[in-house]
Write a protein that binds this ligand. Structure first.
Ligand SMILES: [Zn+2]
Length: 254
């Protein structure tokens, strides 16, 4: 039987003790595989993805303990954390710092107590929060519907997407509405003035680009401006979230 070595710690691994990665390398199940989140997709990850994710957890756990966890008990309304999810890892959103943390709790069996690991994200980088459902067989052999909020973050190294389990579709709806509100995105009719103006800017920009294309005067800068205007309309306004997160993360990015 072929023996391999863990690409991270070098330990010798075999069929039962190894985890094969997408790029053909192996890591050990005993130590290194456990350093990743349970909902991190190891099968489609390369060794580079795994080490980036482990670094993300080390940094994220520090930020969680030093910066965000103290806010969990804050009496100040503006500093309060908003919690989403059920069952597995929970998502804590911190509007006062512009950050959010996906927190996985590890229970120690022989020693009382628990430890928490965290991946920290900038609120501004959240680009998708879609509803997903899946029917799975539970431990009693019955089919059970599970519902998720599928989240994707841009400009993020490590785990940049994950599915957060939600109690039901209602709790998903309220999470989606919460993020829409943070970004000033209005999905229903009866637009706010701000949203109507943004929509108008996007339409104007597209109209100008179409005109320029017809006249043969379209340039790259104009095309880029159009993409930005449409993007701003779809993504909402993230200026304040970028500023808050940059300030909160400054001590950790040196
Ligand atoms: Zn290892």
């Amino acid at each position: 039987m072929a023996k391999h070595n863990c690409a991270i710690c070098g330990a010798e691994v075999g069929l039962m003790s190894e985890q094969k990665l997408a790029d053909g390398s192996y890591i050990c199940r005993k130590v290194c595989s456990k350093k990743t989140f349970k909902n991190f997709d190891k099968i489609s990850a390369t060794l580079g993805d795994v080490t980036a994710h482990i670094a993300q957890i080390e940094k994220g756990t520090r930020i969680w303990n030093e910066l965000l966890l103290p806010l969990k008990k804050s009496k100040n309304k503006d500093e309060k954390l908003k919690i989403f999810g059920v069952g597995g890892p929970l998502l804590y959103v911190s509007p006062s710092t512009g950050l959010m943390a996906l927190v996985e709790t590890r229970y120690k069996i022989f020693i009382f107590g628990k430890s928490e690991l965290a991946c920290v994200y900038r609120i501004a980088d959240l680009v998708q929060y879609d509803y997903e459902e899946e029917t799975v067989k539970n431990s009693d052999g019955k089919m059970e519907k599970k519902e998720f909020c599928a989240m994707v973050f841009k400009d993020t190294t490590g785990m940049h997407s994950f599915r957060l389990e939600m109690a039901n579709s209602k709790s998903y709806e309220s999470a989606a509405k919460y993020f829409d509100t943070l970004f000033g995105i209005q999905r229903t009719l009866g637009n706010s003035f701000k949203n109507a103006k943004r929509q108008l800017d996007a339409i104007k920009s597209v109209a100008n680009t179409v005109k320029a294309a017809a006249n043969g005067t379209l340039d790259e800068a104009q095309a880029a401006e159009t993409v930005d205007a449409v993007g701003a309309y779809l993504q909402g306004d993230r200026t304040q979230w970028i500023a808050k997160a940059d300030a909160a993360l400054a001590p950790y990015n040196q």
